[in-house]
Design a protein around this ligand. Structure first.
Ligand code: NDP
Length: 332
């Protein structure tokens, strides 16, 4: 089946800071549910459903799995089998920062690790280049010059089109920008922080900096790994079997799904309903209410969740009362 001819009319695209890059407001990430034990056909269906709805951006990292590397391998297979004619319509990212192989060169921010890791990612993905390559987490021990110099090298070699950083706090980000400018290196086009109603740190510490330096912001875990959806609201089945919290490989632990949090979500789900949105759509739309947020990267376990999430983009406007309601439950 060919992809929908009107897929680009269905999605909104935002400019990433002051760059030439446009990203869909909803992107799809492969941190969970694309590893070795995933059902391949479901993964194919999720990626094809997303692309059909105008989601042009897939977010990966070297360590996504489990085991690490397996999500990139699976997406490599999907790109080869399903998207061969569409590489130039897709925006694929990868990252390095977390442990990938034993010994002193298998994690953090040294040049040897970053360059070798991207070479491995490109092989797994079957690509000549990724569209964004991120340093995944700040490295307290490696000089920033070395890490950022490696990103610049990778961009100059054409192995990545844009450089990004992830999980850097505001002050780290500003240091990184100064370093790039001082050396006239490739700019940091994009920052990838966590952002959702339960974790609002970027409002205080990041957005003013990225905005003034012209970088975009793509937020991860906008649904707080599923807690900001109606997934955990059934009192008879507080942790459904088919959920990240029930999955031994899932990063979300059962004890994080507290009754206090669920009570707040239960109340907000009513506000969502009054707006004509599901709780997931409401939580996603809320992260996108600020135009300085370029895109929100969702995770999904099936194509229905992708479709539900993408519909969030149909209403990104909030009344003062709705915003106050969120603030009351989840203050900044
Ligand atoms: P989310 O907060 O979007 O959580 C995804 C989970 O929410 C899904 O697995 C599913 O849970 C649930 N969900 C999604 N849509 C719906 C829906 N419509 N209705 C009900 N439940 C829904 O994001 P993730 O935590 O998965 O992170 C997204 C991406 O961000 C990652 O894949 C990765 O690309 C990136 N990321 C980056 C990090 C970094 O350090 N840079 C760190 C973490 C993520 P369930 O499986 O329970 O059904």
């Amino acid at each position: 089946m060919p992809f929908n001819a009107d897929r680009y009319d269905r999605m909104q695209y935002r400019r990433c800071g002051r760059s030439g890059l446009m990203l869909p407001v909803i992107s799809l990430g492969m941190w969970h549910n694309f590893g070795e034990k995933a059902d391949h056909q479901t993964c194919v269906d999720m990626t094809k459903t997303a692309f059909d709805l105008g989601v042009t951006h897939f977010d990966l990292a070297n360590n996504y799995g489990p085991p690490p590397g397996s999500a990139e391998e699976r997406v490599g297979r999907i790109l080869r089998d399903e998207f061969k004619a569409h590489r130039d319509e897709l925006f694929i990212s990868s990252k390095a920062g977390y442990r990938m192989w034993p010994g002193p060169y298998g994690e953090w921010g040294g040049k040897k690790y970053l360059v070798s890791s991207l070479d491995q990612s490109l092989k797994r993905l079957g690509l000549d280049y990724v569209d964004i390559f991120y340093h995944h987490r700040p490295d307290p021990d490696t000089p920033l010059e070395e890490t950022l110099g490696a990103l610049d090298l990778i961009v100059k070699q054409g192995k990545a089109l844009y450089a990004g950083i992830s999980n850097y706090r505001g002050a780290n980000y500003v240091d990184a920008v100064k370093t790039m400018k001082q050396h006239e290196w490739a700019p940091i086009t994009i920052h990838q922080p966590v952002y959702n109603m339960t974790n609002r740190w970027i409002e205080m510490d990041l957005l003013k900096h990225t905005d003034s330096h012209g970088a975009g912001v793509i937020v991860f875990s906008p649904l707080a790994q599923g807690m900001l959806t109606s997934k955990y609201l059934d009192p008879m089945k507080p942790i459904p079997e088919q959920s990240r919290a029930a999955d031994p490989d899932g990063y979300l632990k059962t004890e994080q799904v507290t009754p206090q949090l669920i009570e707040k979500v239960r109340t907000l789900a009513k506000t969502a309903e009054a707006r004509g949105q599901t709780m997931a759509q409401f939580a996603l739309a809320w992260t996108l209410r600020d135009p300085r947020v370029t895109s929100a990267i969702i995770g999904a376990r099936n194509p229905q969740q992708v479709t539900d999430c993408v519909k969030a983009a149909e209403n990104l406007r909030f009344t003062k009362e709705e915003l106050a309601e969120v603030d009351r439950h989840f203050p900044v």
